[in-house]
Design a binder for this molecule. Structure first.
Ligand code: ARG
Length: 282
């Protein structure tokens, strides 16, 4: 069997900026440094290529500053992409762009009913056979049930309780089929219990590292790419046999995103059981 080549969708930050405020990180009074954002994005892209990933891109669009956050395009399940339905009108224009690009890439694109909210891999992450899914702040709990039924997966809905961690990928990151990074305080009591009961090995973040977006990591085999500023997590990852890599992403943090948000794994995350069963034919 030919080895799987990780394939990642990214969008160059040509039109990236802080043009509106839809999460507590965004403040138009503190705009991103555009030149620095471009530099940081290219460094991330270069790093992921060096780690063996093939990068596909979406053509940037003026007026869609958050299109860089391709994690929010869709949830990928094999050759099916469940397209996002953004809660905020400011991001709804991205849906058609992602739909067209994913179709071009050969995915069967499924669109949810117009009155549902679902923000793709930002809120829905496979760990083993199970789809862990965050709801309330962005995705709606109802849409998660619909998504899970559509792809026939067991879903564990997790209520997100802290506005700073408004997408699941800001506070939970599967590392393998049985392990994950998480920030327990972003969940309610039930959520914490369910995660503890369903993920064998958990690496907990403290508040300082969680607010550096330490959980927003890109996992490529044993390599884990994060923003700078999370040495404690990196130490824990090394102890667990991973190879952490830091790259500065300050300008994207101003928009409420970091490494993971800037990527969408098209061949399935390493932590997804289905991706191991069906080697990619991308
Ligand atoms: N400004 C974007 C928003 O608020 C950031 C999205 C970050 N994406 C993510 N997958 N967490 O929607």
């Amino acid at each position: 069997m030919t080895p799987r080549i990780p394939t990642i969708l990214m969008c160059p930050p040509d039109y990236f900026g802080i043009e509106y405020e839809i999460n507590p990180w965004m403040n138009r009074a503190f705009p991103a440094d555009h030149g620095l954002a471009v530099q940081q994005w290219h460094a991330l892209r270069g790093l992921l290529s060096e780690l063996g990933a093939t990068i596909e891109t979406v053509t940037p669009c003026s007026g869609l500053p958050d299109l860089v956050f391709t994690a929010n395009a869709a949830l990928i399940d094999g050759r099916t992409a469940i397209l996002s339905r953004f809660r905020h009108p400011q991001r709804q224009g991205e849906e058609a762009v992602f739909r067209d690009r994913l179709t071009q890439l050969g995915f069967e694109v499924i669109e949810l009913p117009a009155d549902e909210y679902f923000e793709g891999a930002g809120d829905a992450l496979f760990c083993g056979e199970t789809l862990f899914a965050g709801y309330r702040i962005r995705s709606s709990v109802h849409s998660l049930q619909r998504v899970a039924a559509r792809i026939g997966a067991q879903v564990i809905p997790l209520e997100l309780t802290d506005e700073r961690f408004y997408h699941l990928d800001t506070c939970f990151c599967p590392l393998s089929q049985t392990s994950a990074i998480w920030f327990p305080a972003a969940f309610d009591h039930y959520g914490r219990q369910v995660i503890e009961a369903n993920v064998e090995t958990l690496i907990a973040l403290d508040e300082a590292e969680a607010t550096c977006f330490a959980a927003n990591a890109v996992v490529l085999g044993r390599s884990v790419v994060t923003n700078i500023g999370c040495p404690r997590l990196h130490q824990q990852l090394r102890l667990a046999g991973f190879e952490p890599v830091a790259t500065p992403l300050s300008e994207f943090v101003r928009a409420g995103g970091s490494a993971k948000c800037l990527t969408l794994r098209l061949d399935g995350e390493d932590a997804a059981a289905w991706a191991q069963r069906h080697p990619s034919d991308l």
